[in-house]
Ligand binder design. Structure first.
Ligand SMILES: *Cc1c(COP(=O)(O)O)cnc(C)c1O
Length: 383
């Protein structure tokens, strides 16, 4: 295929071309193999070639998420689409949901619950803290009428990983539905869907899988479909039983999926296999996280997350006295590294974040840490 209007391409490329090494909160840098497959010419999503990739992707995700008893659903949306879907498909209008909040994304789940005409009761912690099983048990005893509990597995604004297996156990003891926002965890932290007893767990393509944005991924329990089938006015675009039907009847989605992202995700799932499987892949994430945390501490900086709950996919770092998070972010950008700004009430100014997600090498991490050390020294002199 020959380009006839190469200058049109060049005009856009000049604006968006890669200029930084990314340590972002998402979108993150993608594997070159992913970007390569995403360039293929498009064809109908009802053609048999798409069906092959669709079904193969579901199979690979089932294995990766250990969700043999669950249903894998792909949405042509970002991850937040599944917050909306969880609420609309399973909680009746006016019904209550217990929303646990340890940062900005827990707050988003509350907004989704309320903007859909459902009621939220909350269990909230200060930034840096994780949800504790005994508090959750307590909150459920006080609110026995909730339909569901929401948990942010990995809070991207604070770099905290919640103890999901322990929390899921509590939710199951109270026999409530469990919705897990795993947007910045899926692909970077372990998920055992069947074993932990989860009802809906969702992620986005553009975080720890290292694929461009536009595709949301979830594992859903069978009881969710039983409840959803009887739920009136659950909408069409995020109708979970409709998606399940299309997985089986059409080997696809009700509306057009972002096909390049599905191809990209399929490639990543194969890369994971070739690296030796999920365990090896997750070890890579652990190693990145430890390198970054150790490096940050060696520079003399503190990490926001309480000890024992540090995220494998993102680190929120407290800035030294007199230095704003944004100054660190800007200075690092000038040196060719894109980190993430602080995010969320009360911590935006005094933190910056280092993402560990997507395509990066251990050498990139060392180089980033060396530059961060110099940037902090320079800013301290000025402060
Ligand atoms: C990024 C993120 C979201 C939002 O995901 P979208 O794909 O942008 O909808 C939600 N929750 C968490 C924890 C995130 O990190």
């Amino acid at each position: 295929m020959q380009m006839q209007f190469e200058d049109a391409y060049k005009e856009v490329y000049e604006i968006v071309k890669p200029r930084y090494k990314l340590f972002t909160a998402g979108p993150v840098a993608c594997f070159p193999e992913v970007l390569e497959i995403m360039k293929v010419q498009m064809f109908s999503h009802r053609a048999k070639e798409y069906k092959v990739i669709h079904m193969d992707t579901l199979e690979r995700l089932k294995k990766f998420l250990e969700a043999e008893n669950g249903e894998i659903i792909l949405f042509p949306s970002s991850g937040t689409g599944f917050m909306e879907a969880a609420v609309r498909n399973t909680v009746p209008r006016g019904g209550k949901v217990l929303v646990t909040i340890i940062g900005a994304f827990g707050k988003r789940f509350k907004e989704v619950v309320e903007s859909n005409g459902r009621k939220a009761v909350t269990l909230e912690y200060e930034p840096g803290k994780a949800v504790k099983p005994e508090d959750l048990d307590d909150a459920l005893r006080k609110n026995p009428d909730v339909h569901a509990v929401t948990i942010t597995y990995n809070e991207t604004s604070t770099g905290v990983l919640n103890p999901l297996p322990e929390l899921a156990k509590v939710v199951n003891e109270h026999d409530k539905l469990l919705f897990v926002d795993a947007v910045s965890a899926m692909g970077g932290a372990d998920i055992k869907f069947d074993k932990w007893g989860i009802d809906i767990i969702f992620g986005s393509s553009q975080k720890a899988f290292g694929v461009p944005p536009g595709l949301a991924i979830a594992a859903i329990s069978q009881r969710v479909f039983e409840i959803a089938e009887k739920m009136p006015e659950r909408g069409w675009y995020f109708d979970l039983p409709l998606y399940k039907k299309f997985n089986y009847k059409k080997q696809g989605t009700p509306s057009t999926p972002p096909m390049p992202q599905v191809f990209g995700l399929n490639v990543v799932l194969r890369i994971i296999e070739k690296m030796g499987g999920k365990e090896e892949w997750l070890k890579m994430y652990q190693k990145r996280a430890e390198m970054i945390r150790n490096g940050v501490r060696e520079i003399g900086l503190e990490i926001l997350a309480e000890p024992g709950y540090e995220s494998p996919t993102i680190t929120a770092v407290l800035t030294p006295e007199g230095i704003k998070g944004e100054e660190v972010y800007n200075a690092m950008r000038e040196r060719g590294f894109e980190l993430a700004k602080g995010y969320g009430e009360g911590i935006k100014e005094k933190t910056f974040r280092i993402g560990h997600m997507g395509y990066m090498t251990f050498e990139d991490i060392e180089e980033m840490l060396q530059n961060l050390k110099e940037v902090i020294e320079e800013l301290k002199k000025k402060a």
